[in-house]
Ligand binder design. Structure first.
Ligand SMILES: [Zn+2]
Length: 285
């Protein structure tokens, strides 16, 4: 259905866009699983493949003997596809068909000596966003039903996206969203999840981004610095005292390592910006 969605149909009509159809059975998988890649990189056209029709296809349904659903197993990109993809890209970079912008010479080369990355593999939001005085309470509520915390976290982000979509002032805007759940952060960043319940929450977020340009920029914040933590427990803006006192696995380091991490995040900032500009999928269009 996505391929017939008008904005997608417009993208597909762009002569710079290539449609690559492939089937997993031609890549060593037991099921056929037709898959489509749309790309602006001509080098990926070579990934297209068809079924040789000289074999049977496994019907992808039910659970494997190990108990994992076959649909879940079939989700993974075949290793052959990943290798071919990487080879196609590196070939195109080497022969100059994907021109890479040179990295700016003024990028900092020496990392802060004390900076050792020990936390989750995400950029924490800068400490400047933490003070409770910077934030105002616009809305708070209580869940009237029980569900998994990850779904609740992502549902909150989806509700925010829907709320923003109602005002034209949010259209075509990037909105910073502080998230203290790594699951929600990862799902919104990648706009995918292996959990159908989380996918359901991603749908309105994706729709708002595609149709109205409401783009969420989720950034991670520790619960004990999260200004929305208090209101989520019926308390004033700022972290709730019980969260600030909590000493769980996520928050087990002291403030020294926080400032070290902030130093590292700040040091990495120009690198991220330069690399994003260099490797952006549309950089060569
Ligand atoms: Zn086949």
């Amino acid at each position: 259905m996505l391929w017939h969605y008008p904005p997608m149909a417009r993208i597909l009509q762009d002569p710079r866009v290539h449609v690559v159809d492939l089937v997993y059975c031609a890549l060593g998988k037991p099921g056929m699983k037709p898959t489509r890649i749309i790309t602006s990189m001509p080098c990926l056209r070579r990934l297209a493949c068809k079924c040789s029709q000289d074999h049977d296809h496994q019907i992808i349904c039910g659970a494997a003997p190990c108990g994992v659903l076959w649909t879940r197993i079939a989700c993974a990109y075949p290793a052959e596809l990943c290798t071919a993809y990487a080879q196609a890209l590196s070939g195109a970079v080497n022969d100059g068909s994907i021109p890479l912008r040179p990295l700016p010479a003024e990028l900092p080369r020496q990392a802060p000596a004390a900076a050792v990355h020990r936390g989750p593999p995400v950029r924490p939001v800068h400490a400047g966003w933490r003070p409770a005085e910077r934030w105002k309470l616009r809305w708070q509520g209580q869940w009237s039903y029980e569900e998994h915390i990850n779904i609740q976290e992502l549902r909150t982000v989806a509700m925010l996206s829907k709320h923003l979509s109602r005002a034209s002032t949010s259209w075509d805007q990037k909105v910073l969203v502080l998230v203290d759940s790594l699951v929600a952060l990862g799902a919104v960043r990648k706009m995918r999840s292996s959990s159908i319940s989380l996918l359901r929450q991603l749908l309105p977020i994706g729709m708002a981004a595609l149709t109205l340009g409401v783009r969420l920029e989720p950034r991670w914040i520790r619960s004990r610095f999260n200004p929305a933590d208090g209101p989520s427990r019926g308390q004033p803006v700022g972290p709730a005292p019980e969260t600030a006192d909590k000493d769980d696995d996520d928050d087990d380091d002291d403030d020294d390592s926080d400032s070290e991490r902030d130093d590292l995040a700040q040091w990495l900032q120009p690198w991220f910006a330069a690399l994003e500009a260099r490797y952006s999928p549309t950089a060569h269009l």
